[in-house]
Design a protein around this ligand. Structure first.
Ligand SMILES: [Zn+2]
Length: 179
C-alpha cells in the first residue's frame, strides 16, 4: 500500500469509475526499488456529503522484493469507507454537532473512537519519523507540524491525509478492526 498525493482522477472513458493516474514516481516502501503496474482494483469511497464514488486503483509489483502494493490516492484512508476529508471532518467535530453528520451516528462514533484509541500511536510514529528523516529539515518540519493536530484535531485542513501518507508510506499504518 502506497499513498500518492499528486494524481489525476479521470472518468472520461467510463463515467462510472474514476481512474487514479499517478503523476509521481513512486518506489517500493519496503525496499525502494522500482515498481511495475500489474493490474487494477476497484475501491469504493463515500464523501462527507454521502455521495459514493468508485475508484480504480493500480496494483504494482516491486521489481526488487516482488511485493504487491496498491497505489491509493490520499483521499483514501486505508480500511475506511469514508474519504479522508470526511473522516477528518467527523473526528474533528464536537459532540454537540452530531445531528449534522451525513453518515450514521454509529459510524461517526466508531471513527472518533478509532482515532482516540490510536492517537498516542500516531504521535509516536510521527516522532519516530522526525528522527528517521532528520537529514531533511523541510520534511521534518512538515511532520512536526502534524503532531499538535492530533490533540487539537484542528489547525491545518488536510492534516489527516498527510498523517495517513507518512504512516502508510513508511510501513507504519495499523489495520484495526474498528470503524
Ligand atoms: Zn520492494
Amino acid at each position: 500500500m502506497i499513498i500518492i498525493h499528486n494524481y489525476l482522477l479521470d472518468n472520461k472513458t467510463n463515467p462510472d469509475f474514476f481512474y487514479v493516474r499517478s503523476r509521481e514516481t513512486i518506489h517500493c516502501p519496503n525496499c525502494e526499488d522500482r515498481l511495475k503496474v500489474i493490474g487494477s482494483r476497484k475501491r469504493g469511497l463515500i464523501e462527507y456529503s454521502g455521495e459514493r464514488r468508485a475508484l480504480i486503483v493500480r496494483r504494482l509489483r516491486c521489481l526488487g522484493c516482488g511485493r504487491v502494493h496498491h497505489e491509493l490516492p490520499d483521499i483514501i484512508v486505508p480500511y475506511k469507507r469514508y474519504s479522508s476529508e470526511a473522516v477528518e471532518l467527523i473526528i474533528t467535530s464536537s459532540n454537540t454537532e452530531t445531528e449534522d453528520y451525513s453518515c450514521e451516528l454509529s459510524t461517526a462514533v466508531r471513527l472518533k473512537l478509532w482515532f482516540f484509541l490510536l492517537r498516542d500511536y500516531f504521535k509516536n510514529a510521527l516522532i519516530s519519523l522526525t528522527f528517521l528523516y532528520d537529514y531533511d529539515i523541510e520534511l521534518r518540519d512538515e511532520i512536526n507540524s502534524l503532531i499538535p493536530c492530533i490533540d487539537s484535531r484542528s489547525g491545518v485542513t488536510g492534516w489527516l491525509k498527510k498523517l495517513v501518507r507518512f504512516l502508510v508510506n513508511s510501513g507504519r499504518w495499523l489495520h484495526t478492526r474498528s470503524a
